[in-house]
Design a protein around this ligand. Structure first.
Ligand code: IMP
Ligand code: MG
Length: 176
């Protein structure tokens, strides 16, 4: 697959270091809490899987699928919960695990919905953040990497559903 990659932005080793750093912080911050790792499918799957195994606390995991009616590489703004499933978050300390925050529309919607459903607390953990692209404010509580405004793939992130299985994060090579 390397021929589809313009360049590697974040290596496997760098991802591992970020995951360990975040997991350590979460382990300190959530002692005695009722932690739920809420994974936003599909992109956050590898990040959540790696993160949960380094958090040294009792916790549960849950999943949501959201659609933001976008095209291949942009989101349109309107976010909805897919499959009619809403995780039971009442009284729980929810840590949302996200692959990337771009416009912020997805997570501002999700955080608000969870507070409405009675979560005790909602915090956000994202591997990547494109702060320059923000349209709706989102408070990032745990961050892997701040990145420039480039379209990235790998370690869960897709372009047209592909490349999620790359073990690093790269920039897609676009055809001329
Ligand atoms: P937001 O609502 O604009 O913050 O959208 C975030 C979602 O857009 C992410 O969960 C990804 O699914 C997708 N996305 C945004 N930027 C990228 C990118 O560079 N590569 C792959 N997916 C992206
Ligand atoms: Mg996503």
């Amino acid at each position: 697959m390397a021929e589809h990659i313009e360049s590697v932005m974040i290596t496997t080793e760098q991802i591992k270091e970020a995951v360990s750093r975040i997991a350590k912080q979460v382990t300190e911050d959530y002692k005695g809490k009722d932690l739920v790792l809420l994974t936003v499918l599909k992109g956050s799957l590898p990040f959540a899987a790696d993160l949960m195994r380094e958090i040294d606390l009792p916790l549960t995991v849950d999943f949501v699928r959201l659609s933001s009616y976008g095209n291949l590489s942009y989101s349109s703004g309107k976010v909805t919960m897919r499959d009619g499933y809403f995780p039971p978050v009442e009284g729980k300390d929810v840590l949302v695990v996200e692959d990337i925050i771009d416009t912020g529309l997805t997570l501002s919607y999700l955080s608000e919905e969870m507070m409405n459903k009675g979560a005790a607390s909602v915090k956000i953990c994202t591997l990547l953040n494109k702060a320059a692209r923000r349209e709706k404010p989102v408070k990032v509580d745990y961050l892997g990497f701040e990145i420039e405004n480039e379209f990235v793939i790998g370690y869960g992130l897709d372009y047209d559903e592909r490349y999620r299985n790359l073990p690093y994060i790269g920039i897609l090579k676009l055809d001329d």
